[in-house]
Structure formats: C-alpha cells, structure tokens
Design a protein around this ligand. Sequence first.
Ligand SMILES: CC/C=C\CCC/C=C/C(=O)SCCNC(=O)CCNC(=O)[C@H](O)C(C)(C)COP(=O)(O)OP(=O)(O)OC[C@H]1O[C@@H](n2cnc3c(N)ncnc32)[C@H](O)[C@@H]1OP(=O)(O)O
Length: 243
Amino acid sequence: MKMRNPPVNSLSLEFLTELLISLEKLENDKTFRGIIITSDCPGIFSAGLDLLEMYGRDPAHCAEYWKAVQELWLRVYLSNLVVIGAINGISPAGGCLLSLSCDYRVLANNPKYAIGLNETLLGIIAPFWFKDVLVNTIGHRAAERALQLGFLFPPSDALQVGIVDQVVPEDQVQSTARSVMAQWLAIPDHARQLTKNLVRKPTADRLLQQRDADIQNFVRFISRDSIQKSLHVYLEKLKQKKG
Ligand SMILES: CC/C=C\CCC/C=C/C(=O)SCCNC(=O)CCNC(=O)[C@H](O)C(C)(C)COP(=O)(O)OP(=O)(O)OC[C@H]1O[C@@H](n2cnc3c(N)ncnc32)[C@H](O)[C@@H]1OP(=O)(O)O
C-alpha cells in the first residue's frame, strides 16, 4: 500500500478515510495475508496528523477527525494481516504512530530521515495510546525521554533504541520488507493472529474502553487558546522554513 497524499502524506480526514476504506477491503479479502505500508512521496513517509484539521476548526470537526484517527490506529494495530512498514522517509508523530502499529519496521538509511513522537516540539502532547505503543516498543525509560524531549531519531539511533527493527540502504527498503513478509507469512495465520491479539489487545482495550472520553479530551485540549496559538506558531515556522 503506497500512501500518496502530496506533498507530505499528512493524515487529513479525507486521506484517513481513504486509508480506512482500503484497509477494510484488504482485511475482508481472504486472498490477502499481509500488507507493506510505504510512501509514494519522496523523502517523506508521513508528516503525521494534518495540522490543518486541528487548527482553527470547530469542536464538531475536531471530534470527527479524532474519531477517524482512533479508527485508523485500531484497524492497523489490530489487523489480522501481517503489516510491515517500509519507511522510506521522515516519520514524525502520527507518521511514527502508524509505523509503530506495524508488526515490523524497516527504515531507509538516510541521514535526512527520522522517526519519533515529536508532539512536545509543537506544544502539544502525545495521547496515552500513542505513549502506550511507544512504551511497548522501546521500553519505559527510553519512551519517557523520547516523549518529553520530542526526539526524532535518525536511522542509527532509531535502530539502537528499537523504534525500528532494521535499517537498510534506501534502495533495499522494499526488497527487505518483502523478505520479512515471507518470513512472517511462513507462520500459520491462525496461530500468528491469535498471538498478535494476545499481545496487543490489552493496549487497544485501554482506548476501546474510553473512546468517547478520549475524543472529548482531545477536543477540549485542542480547542484551548494556548494550544491553538502553539499550532499557529508551528505552522508559521513551517512556512518560514521555505523562505
Ligand atoms: C490530548 C491529545 C492532543 C493532541 C494530540 C495530537 C497528536 C498529534 C500528532 C501529529 O501527528 S501532529 C503533526 C506532527 N508533524 C510534524 O511535526 C511534521 C511537520 N512537517 C515537517 O516537519 C515538514 O513539513 C516535513 C514533513 C519534514 C517535510 O518538509 P519539506 O521541506 O519537504 O516540506 P514543507 O515543510 O515545505 O511542507 C510542505 C507543505 O506541507 C505542509 N505540512 C507539513 N506538515 C504538515 C502537517 N503535519 N499537517 C499539515 N500540513 C503540513 C507545510 O506547511 C507546507 O505547506 P505549504 O506548502 O502550504 O506552505
């Protein structure tokens, strides 16, 4: 599955909806056993959640958006398919969450690429379920530092901390992802799926038990004047960077 939402594969409501529909089709088609998620935008896996869906929007829109973000996470995280991330570009925040929700992550060895939950750099916070997935992946202490400091790990650090499973030359990302897929598909589906569910369900359940409260919490948080101001400053910084 090649994500194509130029210029930066930001996860807009429309794009999330498209991804959800595609994933549902694949999940329900029993001829598919696995998917490789990668990007069609050069140098960018995904710029994460679309800031324009959270900035200057009314509460109803923010609630609708957040429900779709939750939905995408649950669908990828709990998928019965083998999900491999072929991360061929930078992958901050929501892009990192998408990567962390895969069963295995292969990152291209390019010093321009980085991956991490950088929310604090925007003046916002990673929701508890983003945090849970990071803690499950890199451990409590590493996650504590990474989250507070908004670390975006370049490839060698990403491998060292375990936020990705493999770093390979850029031209080998897709072939490596395919070899990894073959290895995972060698396991009988029912055994692998039940085991995946056993490991991941408690984390997903934490959100499933309080989805509405999580939406309300998001809407309250994102609507605060101070948070809207932080998003404005960040968006301006992105514009100024262009010169
Ligand atoms: C209680 C819980 C509360 C809140 C939880 C919220 C959780 C949030 C999660 C997130 O995912 S927030 C988003 C985090 N993402 C980022 O920080 C990445 C920001 N973008 C960049 O750093 C760069 O754009 C880049 C991805 C490195 C690409 O750089 P490049 O130089 O190639 O492109 P440029 O910066 O010029 O961007 C092109 C164009 O795209 C717009 N853009 C970029 N990122 C986003 C985004 N995430 N959402 C919306 N729009 C984005 C950028 O402004 C440019 O627009 P323009 O052409 O109109 O100027």
